[in-house]
Design a protein around this ligand. Structure first.
Ligand code: ZN
Length: 202
């Protein structure tokens, strides 16, 4: 399956001149919510991710997604694996399990996101799940921005990756972009102005 093609068709993989959330500039940008805009496409991607996870043989009780970005991917993955789907959300700056969702002691849980960049919010989610007695058996995301080492890929973990090395991380594809500091950006040098498509802060 050509994951990059699917992202392009969904206008989820943009080409141009962008400001990434790190502040660096790039000629590519992942607007990952767009790939889930068509439920049929979301189902195809989640099924492929579910197959990787099933083939690994790990046992799963529940998928937990950090809101907001991860919720749709988590729900579709849970459907494909036929397990329970829950989410955690940020309240007053900290990740919390709300809305009556509960976790049993030792429950085997995958933290699922639409995209893993450094894994920061996935780790916040895993911390609260572990505090509540859950057992994190894997991390999963549709797209990997290429900072973390996923199963079935040769790219190495970068120092920015926050995911633990002893828990598997499943994703469909690595989207490793060329990045430039604003001072050294070749596109800026041609007079082009970078834009910030954004999710959180625009
Ligand atoms: Zn630039």
């Amino acid at each position: 399956m050509d994951i990059e093609k699917i992202y392009k068709e969904a206008n989820a993989l943009l080409e141009g001149h962008f400001i990434l959330s790190s502040g660096n500039h790039s000629n590519r940008y992942l607007q990952s919510a767009k790939v889930l805009e068509e439920p049929k496409r979301a189902e195809i991607l989640a099924s492929a991710l579910a197959k990787q996870i099933r083939d690994s043989g790990i046992e799963i009780d529940t998928i937990c997604a950090p809101a907001l970005g991860g919720v749709l991917a988590g729900y579709e993955l849970a459907r494909a694996l036929d397990v329970r789907s829950i989410f955690v959300e940020r309240k007053n700056g900290t990740m919390q399990l709300r809305r009556g969702f509960e976790i049993k002691k030792g429950e085997k849980i995958i933290i699922c996101e639409d995209i893993i960049t450094t894994g920061g919010s996935a780790m916040e989610a895993s911390k609260i799940i572990q505090e509540l007695g859950g057992n994190i058996v894997a991390f999963a995301s549709l797209a990997n921005r290429g900072f973390c080492k996923r199963e079935n890929s040769n790219i190495k973990s970068q120092k920015e990756c926050k995911l633990p090395k002893d828990i598997p991380f499943f994703a469909l594809a690595d989207f490793k972009f060329e990045m430039f500091s604003p001072d050294e950006c070749p596109m800026c040098k041609t007079g082009s102005k970078a834009i910030k498509p954004g999710s959180r802060d625009s």
